[in-house]
Design a binder for this molecule. Structure first.
Ligand code: BGC
Length: 508
């Protein structure tokens, strides 16, 4: 081999070494970036962990805060609001209408009650609330609702005259914190879930609706103003007498339950014919240092319309879960290239909705086709390798699992407060009451898309309730799905209130 040949060979060797070095370097860098991703996901998992011990701390904190909220006004972040519902309906008859305002959609319902725990018919119409109305004026907002109700009645009545509903009682589910002054009146305390109609705060909600109905020529009477959780409890109790509490897990979250009137210490003079009172907990605002909060939750809160407010809701409900996942993926994309070039969409708040997140989480195709499709169509992230799609599913799982398990802890917290969790009487390792047959069947009605339509969420929640309660007590506690429960319940409460025609509850 001549000098030239040696030169060429040496140059080739150097070149291939350089190529190899570049490739090794790239591989090392890419592996490092991958480890960064894995570490970030592991950190998320650790920060969001909900082992049963921690859930039990949340259970106790919930029960303690419930006591505090009942003891004095402002005694807890849990408002524990009076609802003036002391009797839950059980045998009403007739046709009733109801409106449900509270999330991204609003619903109008026509219900035919047949007495004896039977609902003979129901017509439900859902209408999206235009984004602009959520921050408009109370007049515009209620005019929109009243018009929709009028059109619904016209359609349902098969051209019968509007006069046929003259004087008819209407149930109104208004799913925001309201300080009730009677079963059919109350003022808005604050908005949640992205609504911000400023002139409504501290106004009487029923008065606003009633005026809008008149403006539209509808002569109807708002006979019951109820929170969605209270409507859900009403229908749950109508169908099953052992129902003692209700939980809503939709755009927002909340719970209510049946309390003894004498336990409502902040309202000593509470007179109730039944000796009980439904309490609207407004648990979306619950807070405890035991809640497993991550840096993503803190950021979401700081950037929200209501910082430092609705902390529990922001870890649990449909308005926020998708956005927590988006924040995690945003950070992973900044720190690595596993999701390709950084998509600007990842910095857009709420671009990833919870239903889309659920669809990714529940994608069971071997190559995670649905995940790829949603990443591309919603987040503008293309050609993502399978291992990155798996990371996406993992993140959805961590966020959803935490949410579902926290709801479970909240539910057991309520049961603990009312002595239905089996712990109240434990002595010498034996469960008092339970042994002697006193541990009663206890039903919790559950409404909201996260529970009714998101199977993994529901399974995690049910599993966690059983885990916290333990195998002896768990069989006595039943969670029952109530589709459209809140609206139907409002119609029932309108029915029972019009039948009684006088308020049976007074505050002295
Ligand atoms: C509201 C509650 C409501 C819950 C579920 C929360 O944001 O404060 O009043 O019950 O959402 O809709």
């Amino acid at each position: 081999m001549g000098k030239l040949g040696l030169g060429i060979a040496a140059a080739c060797a150097v070149a291939s070494c350089a190529v190899a070095a570049v490739m090794v370097g790239r591989r090392v860098r890419s592996r490092r970036r991958w480890w960064k991703v894995v570490t970030a996901v592991q950190e998320l998992e650790a920060a969001a962990a909900t082992p049963v011990g921690r859930l039990r701390q949340v259970v106790d904190a919930m029960a303690v805060e419930m006591h505090a909220g009942l003891a004095s006004e402002g005694g807890s972040k849990l408002k524990m609001l009076l609802t003036f519902v002391d009797n839950l309906p059980d045998g009403e008859n007739g046709i009733y209408y109801a409106l449900h305002v509270g999330g991204t959609n609003f619903r109008i319902l026509k219900i035919q009650l047949g007495g004896q725990r039977s609902i003979l018919g129901r017509d439900v119409e859902r209408k999206p609330i235009p984004q602009s109305l959520m921050t408009s004026t109370s007049e515009e907002f209620f005019d929109f609702i009243a018009l929709a109700l009028k059109e619904f009645i016209e359609r349902m009545g098969n051209n019968l005259q509007l006069s046929q509903v003259r004087g008819k009682d209407l149930g109104f589910t208004f799913s925001f914190p309201v300080k009730q002054t009677s079963v059919s009146s109350g003022t808005l305390i604050k908005w949640t879930k992205g609504f911000a109609i400023e002139d409504m705060v501290e106004k009487d909600v029923v008065e606003c609706l009633q005026k809008a109905l008149s403006r539209r020529g509808l002569d109807m009477n708002v006979a019951a103003l109820v929170n969605d959780s209270v409507g859900t409890l009403a229908v749950g109790h109508f169908l099953d007498k052992d129902t003692v509490a209700a939980v809503v897990i939709g755009t927002g979250t909340n719970a209510c339950y049946l309390e003894r009137a004498d336990a409502v210490i902040k309202c000593q003079g509470l007179l109730s014919t039944s000796g009980g009172m439904v309490i609207n907990m407004e648990w979306g605002n619950f807070w405890s240092s035991h809640l497993p909060r991550t840096s993503y939750d803190t950021d979401l809160d700081v950037e929200s319309q209501n910082p430092n407010d609705q902390g529990f809701e922001k870890m649990i409900s449909g308005m926020y879960l998708g956005d927590i996942v988006r924040r995690v993926i945003h950070r992973l994309s900044i720190e690595s290239d596993i999701f390709g070039p950084l998509s600007y969409k990842l910095s857009t708040r709420f671009v990833l909705s919870t239903p889309l997140m659920a669809a990714m989480h529940e994608d069971d195709s071997p190559d995670l086709r649905e995940v790829a499709k949603i990443l591309e169509e919603t987040l503008d992230i293309r050609d993502v390798p399978l291992k990155a799609r798996k990371i996406m599913v993992k993140v959805c799982d961590v966020v959803t699992r935490r949410a579902a398990r926290l709801v479970a802890a909240g539910i057991v917290g309520i049961l603990k407060k009312i002595g239905r969790d089996g712990t109240g009487g434990i002595s010498s390792g034996r469960i008092k009451g339970y042994k002697s047959g006193k541990m009663r069947r206890t039903v919790v009605a559950v409404e909201g898309g996260l529970y009714t339509s998101y199977t993994v969420f529901r399974e995690y929640l049910n599993e966690a309730v059983a885990e916290i309660l333990g195998e002896e007590i768990a069989p006595y506690v039943i969670l029952k799905t109530m589709e459209d429960g809140s609206g139907i319940g409002a119609a029932m409460l309108a029915a029972s209130n019009s039948a009684r025609s006088v308020d049976t509850v007074q505050v002295l």
